[in-house]
Design a protein around this ligand. Structure first.
Ligand code: ADP
Ligand code: ASP
Ligand code: MG
Length: 402
């Protein structure tokens, strides 16, 4: 007998028919003699709809109230799925994040899981119940509801699998695995049989939303047996693991991230301590900065450009404007019309020329590069958003990933 955690995303539980489809997958697993813990997301576009509802009332609601609202989406799904499983005649119980004891920090809207008290969950499993858990949510030390960031149900599932020492964590979604790039952008993208945690973590962090990046981080840390597969076909999915047998591919996949804004601070006095001042200001407000570019000083002045997520743009601009005198710069400009395109592959370390090949593909398509950043296993470029999908396609072709 095995313990299996199965996670179903929003599209997998979008309507009654889909809910029953999931109920069938779950009960088949249970009938085969396994203990089953199921994690579900909010149905279809529920989370987006709730965000829109909030905006009708208040343009910038507190994050605490936002989490209170958004967590309801998952609560609807768990009860509906439990009702479907009841109807099929199996013992089942649904539990919210706080009932399970998913403890998080207090960073509302983007909390991290600290620990899971799985006593209640274990009790239900001992009673032979199928347990349905609301993804994406937890509670902080004040007893308030928190959420884990968009796409966070994947992380709920992997965290539960780690806490329960599950034999397997299956992430069911609307694609049948992890592809060389988003199959919605590139029709002939290829499905990967396996991918390493490191490569998957890079892809997820760089915009491939097929898995929440923290779920991969957690999977790696606790060595969780993970796979990504479809709730609609029986096709074999993609296994995410520590080491992959296949030769180290130069480029394993391509990711696009459109949630990017670029800020440029021009005419900064060319003296020590400016970058320190600017980035400390942002870090204090937990604003993550990604690609940073500083120009060479000229006439005693320099420019610094960097990227943040679109959600952080407003606050970053406000902080910089408030501190214009202390930082001492001439002007501030920004744009949201940029996207980050990245190539990822563990084989890059030992293959020079990978970045050049990516730049060649962009040059041939006459796509201009604004910024570049590299690490051991990835190269990212910032380009005009309107050309982002085209860029993914030409790079995919260049590296023969189809
Ligand atoms: P769920 O609601 O099940 O969590 P998501 O929408 O979060 O589903 O993630 C699945 C989507 O991720 C796919 O529909 C696909 O468009 C997108 N995606 C992005 N990059 C990739 C990739 N490399 N491989 C597979 N899917 C990808
Ligand atoms: N419902 C949440 C979202 O839409 C969490 C998830 O789907 O994983 O982001
Ligand atoms: Mg998701």
């Amino acid at each position: 007998m095995s313990l299996i955690v199965q996670k179903f995303g929003g599209s997998s539980v979008a309507d009654a028919e889909r809910v029953f489809n999931v109920a069938n997958i779950v009960t088949d697993t249970y009938k085969a003699g396994n203990s089953v813990v199921v994690v579900v997301s909010a149905q279809g576009d529920t989370t987006d709809d709730l965000i829109a509802k909030a905006k009708e009332i208040n343009e910038s609601p507190s994050k605490r109230e936002m989490d209170m609202l958004l967590s309801t989406g998952e609560q609807i799904s768990i009860s509906l799925l439990a009702m479907a499983i009841e109807k099929l005649g199996f013992p089942v119980v649904s539990l919210t994040g706080w009932q399970v004891g998913v403890h998080t920090d207090s960073n509302y809207s983007n909390s991290r899981i600290r620990k899971i008290d799985h006593e209640r969950l274990q009790k239900e499993l001992d009673k032979k119940n199928i347990v349905i858990v609301a993804g994406f949510q937890g509670i902080n030390r004040y007893g308030d509801i928190t959420t884990l960031g968009r796409g966070g149900s994947d992380t709920s599932a992997v965290a539960l699998a780690a806490a329960l020492h599950a034999d397997l964590c299956e992430i069911y979604t609307d694609v049948d695995g992890v592809y060389t790039t988003d199959p919605r952008i590139v029709k002939n993208a290829a499905k990967l049989k396996e991918i390493t945690f490191d490569e998957m973590l890079e892809l997820a962090s760089l915009g491939a939303n097929v898995l929440h990046n923290r779920s991969v981080e957690m999977g790696k840390k606790y060595n969780v047996n993970m796979c990504v597969r479809s709730s609609l076909t029986r096709a074999e999915g993609t296994i995410v693991k520590e080491v992959v047998d296949m030769e180290k591919m130069m480029v394993r996949g391509i990711a696009k991230d459109s949630d990017v804004a670029r800020i440029s601070i021009c005419g900064i006095e060319d003296t020590p301590g400016k970058a320190f001042r600017i980035f400390t200001l942002l870090a204090k407000k937990s604003i993550n900065v990604d690609i940073i570019l500083q120009s060479i000083g000229r006439d005693g002045k320099k420019d610094i450009s960097f990227t943040v997520t679109e959600t952080n743009l407003e606050e970053a601009l406000r902080l910089l404007e408030e501190n214009k005198d202390t930082i001492a710069y001439e002007n501030l400009s920004w744009t949201k019309d940029v996207s980050k395109i990245s190539i990822v592959g563990a084989g890059m370390v030992s293959n020079p020329g990978v970045a050049a090949k990516m730049f060649e593909a962009l040059y041939e398509a006459q796509i201009n590069i604004n910024m570049i950043s590299t690490s051991e296993i990835k190269v990212s470029v910032l380009i005009d958003s309107a050309l982002a999908d085209k860029a993914v396609r030409v790079i995919h072709d260049k590296f023969d990933l189809a």
